[in-house]
Design a protein. Structure first.
Length: 509
């Protein structure tokens, strides 16, 4: 590759830009001087990212060939960073169909290279014995490698970075349980890799020679058991030594529920992670360094990766999180403002209050809701609702927030997701807990013309079938306690913050 060609900016298509890796790759590609186009089913979710104004965003889906064709036009490098794991049962077929469509459209458009991030598979284990998650990732890699488009298929095991599902699982298990009865997979050898190294290899792969069409194993310098990883985390985080007792009878299914109870990672995501940890996943080569050279201290060691991740968590600088991805079974349409609602059943609970505080003070309370700040009403009711949701396989209340003070469209917020935000005026949340119908919570801030404000709160529920109607009427007696208390305490918090020298009062029912 000539020096001139190496400096020529490339046109890069990034799929999965709303996800954990994709959302971090985009600014890295921009920093390397490339042009970036993002493919997203819901482009609005990218609107509030710091780099949104520097990229082209197109609406499309990897399973829809018609939407892929225009997205591929003029593209030099296409990054395939999506998988259908969160779509529930049948995800392997969805992954297969999406990979075939992507490969065909990339070849038809004359794309110069496909770059794919998949999972590291164990040596000597037949595909039919792999977990569905690993088997599907391996199949997608093969489809892309056989596409006729030069393909770089990177294979990683556990990715360590602030906000990654693997890091969050490790972090919460170690911090919350000084004594653990654990599944047998804690004794399996793994080669983790820092997310910074993953991003470096992804960016560097864009300029590989055209004759390179192969997989590359990527990992850090350390090979550890999961038990070692927990003990090393405890040491880096300055926690006492952990007592870990493996129990062979804990199956991946049972251990995923165990992980779901202890950590914010729900069982639906913990299960494929736990299933993958049954196998020894260690790199068999490091040929990637021949194309993307490692600098001094690269790739990062496990302890360094932990320190970097913990520093970002403590400084509240987590740019993307595992929960950026959508949740299986959660409806995406229609919006409560769509005209299709006319004539349909839509239950609402509306609360309004005059607030003796400026709109700016009130908005700070609204935008800071959830996570550590809570929901300003009857904490026990919210906690119980979160536990019930996790018991039926939902996300529960413990996903928290990406940022303690600022929200953007697409952020997860406990068991809600930010669907719309108009700074200073509107916050609309879509429910991601398990419900017999889609639900939203809207919070409005409006000035009253005299320097004070008005707070309006609207909960909406569109019931599905008889059970949906029964659900609404069964919980409606508690709305005055939960939604009424919420409106009252949000107003009180804004008024208190406006008054100098006074502390924010404790939340009351």
């Amino acid at each position: 590759m000539t020096g001139d060609h190496a400096r020529t900016p490339l046109s890069c298509l990034v799929t999965g830009a709303t996800g954990y890796i994709g959302g971090r790759l985009v600014p890295e590609l921009l920093a390397a001087g490339h042009r970036v186009r993002c493919l997203a089913r819901t482009p609005e979710k990218l609107r509030d990212h710091p780099w949104a104004g520097e990229v082209e965003t197109v609406r499309g889906d990897v399973t829809d060939a018609a939407s892929l064709a225009p997205a591929m036009d003029g593209i030099d490098v296409a990054y395939y960073l999506v998988h259908a794991l969160t779509t529930g049962s049948g995800f392997e077929e969805t992954d297969r169909r999406a990979a075939v469509a992507f490969a065909e459209q990339a070849r038809a458009a004359g794309v110069g290279r496909i770059v794919y991030l998949g999972g590291l598979t164990p040596e000597g284990v037949p595909d039919h014995e792999l977990s569905p998650h690993l088997r599907s990732r391996a199949e997608v890699g093969r489809i892309l490698l056989e596409s006729g488009v030069p393909t770089t298929a990177l294979r990683a095991a556990v990715i360590i970075g602030s906000g990654s599902a693997s890091f969050e699982m490790l972090r919460y298990l170690t911090e919350r349980l000084p004594v653990m009865v654990t599944p047998s997979w804690v004794s399996t050898r793994i080669q983790p890799i820092a997310v910074r190294d993953v991003l470096r290899y992804l960016v560097g792969s864009a300029r590989m020679p055209r004759d390179v069409n192969r997989t590359f194993d990527i990992g850090g310098p350390d090979v550890l058991t999961y038990r070692d990883m927990m003990q090393r985390y405890a040491e880096v985080a300055q926690l006492p030594h952990r007592l870990i007792l493996p129990v062979p009878m804990l199956s991946p299914g049972l251990s995923s529920h165990w992980v779901g109870l202890i950590t914010p990672v729900p069982a639906s995501i913990a299960r494929p992670l736990a299933e993958s940890l049954r196998y020894e996943v260690v790199c068999r080569e490091h040929d990637i360094a021949g194309h993307v050279p490692d600098g001094a201290g690269q790739p990062f060691g496990f302890d360094t990766a932990l320190r970097l991740a913990l520093q970002r968590v403590r400084e509240a600088r987590v740019t993307t999180r595992w929960s950026s991805a959508s949740v299986p079974g959660v409806p995406s349409d229609p919006l409560p403002t769509d005209p299709d609602w006319a004539g349909g059943s839509l239950y609402t609970d509306v609360r309004e209050r005059a607030v003796d505080a400026s709109p700016e003070a009130l908005w700070r309370v609204v935008e800071g809701i959830g996570g550590e700040h809570g929901w300003y009403s009857f904490p026990l009711a919210w906690a119980v609702r979160g536990w019930l949701d996790r018991l039926v396989g939902g996300v529960g209340l413990r996903r928290g927030r990406r940022d303690t003070d600022r929200l953007r469209v697409g952020d997860s917020l406990d068991f809600w997701r930010v669907e719309e935000i108009e700074p200073g005026h509107l916050l609309r949340l879509r429910a991601e807990m398990r419900l017999p119908g889609p639900a939203w919570l809207e919070m409005y801030v409006e000035p009253d013309g005299e320097g004070r404000s008005r707070y309006r709160q609207r909960a909406l529920f569109h019931p599905r079938g008889l059970f949906g109607h029964a659900y609404w009427w069964s919980v409606s007696p508690f709305h005055a306690l939960v939604f009424g208390g919420m409106a009252r305490n949000i107003a009180r918090a804004a008024e208190t913050r406006t008054s100098p020298g006074r502390a924010v009062p404790a939340v009351s029912p």
